[in-house]
Design a protein around this ligand. Structure first.
Ligand code: ACO
Length: 702
């Protein structure tokens, strides 16, 4: 990132408005008006071929006529003129273009967009947009947009792909009391994308937390890298679905990827916290912009009402931070500040008798206690207490505790006095909400952030793989035209990556099949091998538990006959002789090549769990064995592998290593492979390993 150029674009010290107008109602009028009303202190240069003066500023026919330097140019001329004015900006030495104009790729004119970016890059300029509202920065008093005003000042930053939502969110900051320093409308993302803005905001001293409204990312991998390296919390509201429509998917795994599962995984892997809707984005942003992450799981709730305490307890469980009873020393101390009928366990119920003093001492003591990782303080408005007094007590307690590395969130339930007290709390750096559930959810976002940060793992490549051998198999398949890869070929690639496949060899004659079955030293499975028959069982092309020469000969002939009857013109390579894998727990591994994030690996329990319950989890590849272990715990059926109901635990360690290698395979070969399935994979008891029984690779179309 060229910081000077990005600073010029997003914190411009001088601005030209190309297409500035004196005609009220035009966007070129509004942008100049916004700069004036926002209090922008740098020079403003309106550009208009017909006017000498625009809204009190001297106007110029072209940027080339402007005497001073120009950091950013807001472009509000019709799209067809944009490439030409871009060149003029380049000649002038402008750093960044804020292309507000619409009429580009969103209506099929990607050519105009590409042309604009190419010209801009020739001159080292960056392009924000097109099809955007503009940029807002409170610390620069800069409203270079057609949004009517700067947002409520604060520490958050918003990057929005939707223009309308950008304007709406700007206005709602005043009602919701969530403060933003910067808002960036990102539109078509022809050049500057989410990853760029995240990196830039990360180094921006006025930004404390980065909120994103995302419809679709363009370069998912780069976004992940930028997000992962950012030191500030990032929270994303993602709308829409991924390009992998379930119906279009070729493999089992593809159909399970469905809408957004890979996005979910990618955000988690990149340490990005999610918001479920607009309300949630605001609520979580408020907490993230004011409070530090919650580094452990011990959440303490202090309340004056049992009802809100129970509601918050339910919420805590729902959002993944279930309450635990406070240790004895904490309980003993807190019991001093409540009547006998109070409770010091957790939630700490100070009872309706609690006034400012009890709140203040309990909050100060518990916030400073080592056991407490985060505090939620609840208050129900009572006749005996003044909400403002309670609010000031809480604030005094936080200050008095000296704690700055733990989060606190508050919820007051009551009327106007409570609303006013919460507003005061927010202005004093303590997030406050009128629902206990919202306060707990906000706290959970701070916990999720800390967890994601700690879970970030770097992948160490397995060096004992033979990528060249895998690519040779692919090249051989490709050399035979547009045909599917057989199980034997798929397994050869798996083996090149050190994956434990069930020993499977091709027999082209009956005698060969007998010899291979004898070598297997036990019962075998016979399967048809043909690129034209992928659903082998449907074609009568599979026989399990085949033992003895006679049976091998009989079923060899039978399978061939079935296959020929099923598809007379099928290209039959022969019959696979595979050792029978002993019974164990069935799981499925798979992969898709996501349009946004590239290769992503999937894990789930096999059989009914995958067919009906779709109990699967995804990660963008590659994943380390540690992250793979986390995947095994992610699914609802996780206890089955962990040894539920007295069963011996399964070999999760071996499975995690296999998953990690698998992810390396699909990542290395991501330019060739579209989707894969390893189904079933049998997992044995702890220490006994894993066996991939069937394998399928679907190549990308050439
Ligand atoms: N250099 C400088 N000024 C020029 C040039 C030029 N090359 N060409 C024209 N102008 C002047 C015009 O003379 C006019 O000024 P005037 O009012 O004094 O005559 C001004 O620039 C604007 O040009 P118009 O042709 O009048 O264009 P208009 O204002 O109607 O529309 C606009 C331009 C706003 C860029 C329009 O094409 C557009 O894209 N609108 C949609 C923008 C938008 O909504 N973006 C956000 C999307 S997100 C969301 O929907 C919220």
């Amino acid at each position: 990132m060229d910081l000077e150029v990005m600073n010029g674009l997003l914190r411009p010290k001088s601005i030209a408005v190309i297409g500035a107008s004196n005609t009220e109602g035009k966007i070129g009028y509004s942008v100049v008006r916004s700069l004036i009303e926002g209090g922008y202190e740098g020079p403003v240069y309106p550009i208009n071929p017909k006017s000498n003066e625009i809204q009190g500023f001297k106007a110029y026919k072209s940027v080339l006529d402007v005497p001073g330097e120009i950091d950013a140019a807001a472009i509000v001329v019709p799209a067809k003129f944009v490439p030409q004015v871009t060149r003029e900006c380049g000649e002038k030495g402008v750093k960044g273009l804020i292309v507000i104009a619409s009429g580009f790729s969103e209506i099929g004119r990607a050519d105009l967009e590409t042309q604009t970016v190419e010209i801009a890059h020739e001159y080292g300029m960056r392009v924000l947009g097109p099809n955007i509202v503009g940029i807002l920065s409170n610390s620069d008093k800069c409203n270079a947009s057609f949004a009517p005003f700067l947002p409520l000042p604060g520490k958050a930053a918003l990057v929005s792909q939707s223009g309308a939502l950008f304007i709406a969110m700007d206005a709602s900051t005043y009602i919701r009391r969530v403060g933003f320093d910067k808002m960036i409308s990102i539109g078509n993302m022809s050049d500057v994308n989410f990853g760029d803005t995240v990196s830039w905001l990360d180094q921006d001293e006025s930004t404390g937390c980065i909120s994103l409204y995302i419809e679709g990312l363009k370069d998912g991998r780069r976004f992940m890298e930028n997000a992962l390296t950012a030191s500030k919390p990032i929270i994303a509201l993602k709308s829409g679905t991924s390009a992998h429509g379930a119906a279009a998917a070729a493999s089992h795994t593809g159909s399970l990827a469905g809408s957004g599962k890979v996005y979910d995984a990618a955000f988690e892997q990149a340490g990005v916290v999610r918001a479920s809707d607009l309300n949630n984005l605001f609520d979580r942003t408020l907490a993230m912009s004011l409070q530090p992450p919650m580094q452990g799981d011990s959440l303490l709730i202090v309340t004056n009402g049992g009802g809100v305490g129970v509601l918050a307890t339910d919420s805590a469980e729902r959002y993944g931070i279930p309450l635990r009873f406070a240790p004895e020393d904490v309980q003993a101390e807190l019991r001093k500040y409540m009547p006998e009928f109070g409770s010091a366990r957790n939630p700490v119920d100070l009872t309706g008798m609690a006034g400012r003093d009890w709140y203040q001492v309990s909050v100060q003591y518990s916030f400073a206690h080592d056991w407490v990782d985060g505090l939620v303080v609840l208050y129900c408005e009572t006749a005996m207490t003044d909400p403002q007094d309670i609010a000031e007590g809480i604030k005094a307690a936080v200050d008095g505790s000296g704690v700055t590395d733990k989060p606190i969130a508050v919820s007051f339930v009551g009327g106007e006095r409570s609303e006013a007290a919460m507003r005061w709390l927010v202005e004093n750096g303590i997030p406050a909400y009128n629902e206990p559930d919202t306060a707990v959810n906000a706290m959970a976002s701070l916990r999720e952030y800390a967890r994601n940060q700690n879970a970030a793992q770097s992948f160490v490549r397995n060096e004992d793989v033979d990528e060249a051998a895998a690519r040779a198999v692919i090249a051989n398949v490709r050399s035979e035209g547009d045909r599917a890869m057989t199980e034997i070929e798929s397994k050869a690639i798996f083996e090149a990556y050190g994956l434990p496949v069930a020993h499977t060899r091709l027999a082209t004659t009956e005698d060969e099949a007998v010899a291979k079955a004898v070598a297997a030293n036990g019962p075998v499975v016979l399967k048809i091998v043909s690129p034209d028959i992928l659903h082998k069982s449907d074609a009568g092309g599979v026989k399990v538990n085949v033992e003895g020469e006679e049976a091998v000969r009989k079923y060899f002939r039978e399978i061939l006959a079935n296959a020929k009857a099923y598809k007379p013109d099928a290209d039959i390579h022969g019959i696979a002789v595979q050792e029978m894998a002993p019974w164990g727990t069935e799981v499925i591994l798979g992969s898709v090549n996501d349009a946004t994030f590239g290769p992503a690996v999937m894990f789930g329990l096999g059989g009914i769990f995958v067919e009906i319950l779709k109990d699967v989890t995804f990660r963008v590849a590659p994943v380390s064995p540690e992250q793979s272990l986390k995947m095994l715990s992610d699914i609802n059926g996780a206890p089955i592998l962990e040894g539920a109901r007295g069963e011996t635990p399964k070999d999760r360690k071996a499975l995690a290593e296999v998953l990690s290698r698998y992810s390396q395979m699909i990542d290395d070969l991501g330019d060739e492979i579209l989707e894969t399935d390893a189904n079933p994979v049998i997992v044995y008891d702890e220490g006994d390993g894993v066996c991939i029984v069937d394998a399928r690779i679907i190549l990308k179309a050439e």
